[in-house]
Design a protein around this ligand. Sequence first.
Ligand SMILES: *Cc1c(COP(=O)(O)O)cnc(C)c1O
Length: 836
Amino acid sequence: MPNLNRPLPPALAILNTLAADLWWSWNHAGDALWHRLNPAVWQNTGNPVSVLQFTSNQHLEKLATDQEFLQLLAQLVAERDRYLAAPGWYDQHCPESPLKTIAYFSMEFGVCDALPLYAGGLGILAGDYLKTASDLAVPLVGVGLLYQEGYFRQSFDNQGWQQQTYLFNDPGSLPLTPLLDSDGSWMDVATNFLCREVLFRVWVAQVGRVKLYLLDSNHPCNQPRDRGITSQLYGGGTELRLVQEIALGIGGWRLLEQLGIEVDICHLNEGHAAFATLERIRAYCTKYRVDFWQALWATRSGNLFTTHTPVAAGFDRYPAELLRRYAGEIAPEMGVNMEDILALGRANPKDEQEDFNMAYLAMRTCAYSNGVSELHGRVSQRIFQPLFPRWPQREVPVGHVTNGVHIPSWASDASNRLWQQSFGDHLWQGDETGLTPDRWKTLSDEQLWQLISSGRADLVDYARMRYQRQWRHESSGASCNVPPPRPLDPNILTLGFARRFAEYKRPDLLLHDPERLAALLCNHRYPVQLLVAGKAHPADKLGKAKLQHWQTFLQREDIAKHLMFIEDYDIALARRLVQGVDVWINNPRRPWEACGTSGMKVLVNGGLNLSSLDGWWAEAYQPELGWALGKGEEYGPEHDAAEAEQLYQLLEQQIIPCFYERDNSDLPRRWLGLVRTSMMQLTPRFSTNRMLRDYLERYYIPAAHQYQERTANQGALAHELQQWQKHMAQHWHEIHLGNLVVGEDVDGLLAEAQVYLGGIAPAQVVIEIIADPVGELPAASVQMTLAYPLSGAINAYHYQARLPAHRPASDWSLRARAYHPKAQLPAENPLILWAD
Ligand SMILES: *Cc1c(COP(=O)(O)O)cnc(C)c1O
């Protein structure tokens, strides 16, 4: 078996265990230890497995008798033991929770750069989420793919064009262990594609208390081309993407079954993994010998879909033909035909021309779904409207949980110490009771300024080091001896801009007027420096052009000391940036940034945000804690010039003067006031700590109850719900709504209507009257009550309701909707009828 079993002197044997636990990626107590073992490898890789592999026996033997080293090791081991053994927040706060296991599926996981299985925000969120589940001791497992190549590494050619290099993810030096079967053999999972079996080897990454399972198609028994299924993240074409998604969803769920893990919640981090819900149904059908539809009703209540896309074009879609070829074998196994499966992925199930949409599949097979910020929740309601015809957009069943970041991963050591001194050791393990305004007062402006200044100085050192490296790489042999000028200054206002170079993020908005930007940076009295980083997707020509735009600007000599583009944006670089910038700039085109998380990473370190009112910033922004670009309008590219103008103005007139406004003790008091408010109010609020608690409260725990209820007694309730749905579908057209009559009596407004229910029982519908928002008046709904049966008619009733007096009768409309107390509505049954 590969890796992690470096023969070690007995006194150091525990190092293999420590290296295998990614806990080291956020608890930095071990950094000194890995550094002692092998400074060069530790610095270059940040990977303890590589550190151990490249350290000589001789050095190891020496350290095995080095008392200081052994003490360091003992401390670290004790700290990890304490971490693993401590009763977690979850056990203390959710003793009644019915949850067994949450399975968290994601196409990307960005836990750390030593395990590079991510491209951007989606993966980093997933990584941060696993670490938080570990910190809070929430019973969660991750499921993903092990890519043989990570996302590309970035450099530039002489003309400033991005170059991509794909490095081999050598499993032998990744912090992973092969997952073994009970018989000691390497566990694998089989899936079927195109009438042949494909095997996936399984690896485990230990993330503190949490396990992340990774499927790898590079199995020696596979046909050569199948071994490359998990070759690249977001590489290849449509077909490979589909195969990867089948691997993740179907293979991933099979693995959980094979392991005997009792999963009640299946959480899809984006629609990529939606096939997991189908495999879950298949497994349920087989186990309980029920049909597909009953299994769907049983399992759906345990499925949660988190959408991250602000535009419908962002969803993965496949031509039906492709799906028929690849998934044709799955349908018969579940006792349905392929057309039934295809219908689940279409807005209009009957339209055979419509592509199969993974997000639609997820919506149909998950009782719960959510967007990733308040604004994105609303945007998603619009996007998913086609699945809920005749429902008002505001009632489309998509909620929201705003994303967060894992604070210990992004806090600098200095910041960590400061927070711990002021607020206690266990701050980010669920207990935030120490974060009181009184305690905040004990933190002085001097301490805050010290934190910020040292963070900036560290960043400047780091950036210079990167600059040297980049420069060596770029320069030809002859000029190797000429040292580059020393760029940057640890004492001036430092702005950061780093993200994927996607068009909607407008990564060259700052460059809109190059002269203005240059003047702003080089101002003698109030100098400013800017650090930029980011990758463009290899197929994104526009993004690459924007990178080149920056590279060209960089050639100007006047700005050389004030601007640096740091190549190869990754977690390690992001950490350095967010720990040292004064202001983090983000200027996406609203509402395209579903949430955005990079700006949250500066909060704990005392950085401030300047951002479009989009994603998380739309709900976080207050004038006393940062700056907003725009007023929340939504424009196309024609408005970029005006927004660039506003961006410059904010910097020139507000941000720069504020930073340089100093009192007698040379402190920028007003700036520090903003920092204090931002740190105090936003850090806990935009943490994955809060995010995970939201998921537990809003989704996991209620869903686990529902799932239990539906599957108890051989799925009796699931069966009942399925029968109910069938009945409703058959008889819905028989409902007839009479006219809504609103009259006035002594008690106020009285609404009345005659309703003919046909084959549907009164308990199976809700008859209600609805008012759309008008001017200041919000939307409203009033449920009608059955007053008495209509004589001479069968199953027809007189319904009544009292209406609030302040709305005109013409505001109200009458409707009927399907109802069952145990169904999640309208998600699971969107039947609705409006009166003419
Ligand atoms: C946090 C992070 C992201 C996500 O940043 P956004 O601004 O939300 O797009 C992307 N890449 C890296 C390396 C990050 O650390």
